[in-house]
Design a protein around this ligand. Sequence first.
Ligand SMILES: [Zn+2]
Length: 320
Amino acid sequence: MKNRLFFILTTLLLCIVALIYLQRDEIQTVYHKFFVSKIFERQSKNVEHQGESKIKIAFLDIGQGDASLLEWPDGTQMLVDCAIDDRILEALGRVMSPFDHTIDYLVVSHPDLDHYGGCVDVMKRFEVKYIVYTGYKKNTSQYFPVFLQTIQDEVKNGAEYIEIDHEQTWNINSSTLHFLYPDLPISTHPLLSKVKKTDASNNTSILMILQYGEKKIMFTGDTEFEEENYLMSKYSTSTLDVDLLKVGHHGSAGSSSDAFLKILSPEYATISSGKENRYGHPTLRTLHRLERANTQIWRSDQKGDILVYVYADKIHIENH
Ligand SMILES: [Zn+2]
C-alpha cells in the first residue's frame, strides 16, 4: 500500500514538473504580467487600445528635476535621470511593482544634481544592468565623486558602463534609440569651448530620440540653445522631427528656441518642473514658444506624473 502511494505521488510530482517545464514560457509571461510589468497599467484609462503593443513612459513628478521611466513591450526598463535625491524611490514606487528589483538601463543625461542626485539611491536599491553616461567630469559638485564611485562599485558587481561618445543607434525590442549627442567625446567636444558659462554641463546633456513605429520621442536633459543650434547644424530636419518633446531644462527661457521647435514640430511637449520652484520654470517665454508651435503642453507641476503610451501609430497621454 505504501509503495503504491509512493508511486502515485512520484508520478503526480513528475507530471507537475513536466507541466511546469512545458508551460514555462506561459508561466513566465503570467509572472511578468502580474508581478513585474505592472507599470501604471492599472491606472490606465486608455481602454480603447489596451491590447496593442506599446512603449510606456512615465514622466515622474519628482519636484524640480528630471526622471522618466520607460518600459518596452517585453518588460525592458530604462530610467532616464533620477531626480535630486531619494524622492526618486518613492516616485518609482508609484509606477513599479514592489516585486521589481531590476532596471535594465540607467541613463544619466548630465551631471546636475536635479538629474543625477537620486542615481546613487537607485543603483543601491535596484540591480542596474547598464549605466549610460557621457563621462563628463564635474568638479564643482561635492556629491559628484560619490556618484562616480557608486558607478565604479556597480561595475565591479557586474553592471556594464556605456559612455556616449559618438552618434549611435540601439535596437531595443522593435524600437530604435538614436543617440544624437554627444557625438564626440565630451571632454574635447568643440561645442563646449563656445559655451560662455563657467558651468557648461547643461550643454553636455545626452540627447536621444526613441522611435517606435512612426512615433518619435525626444529626450533632452537640460539642453540649451547652444546644443540645439549644434544639433540643427549637424542633423537633417527629418531626423529632428518628433511627435513628443521632453522640453529641455524644465522649460527655461534659454532652451526650446523658435527655430528648434519649428524643426521638431512636436505635437506634444512634457515639462518636468517643481511646483512653485524658485527658478520660475517653465518660463512664460518658453510656454509661448510652444503655443506658437501648436504643441499640447503637459506640465508635471500641474498634472503630477505624466503617463505616455507610445503605439506604433499613435500616442496617448494621461496623468495620475
Ligand atoms: Zn535640470
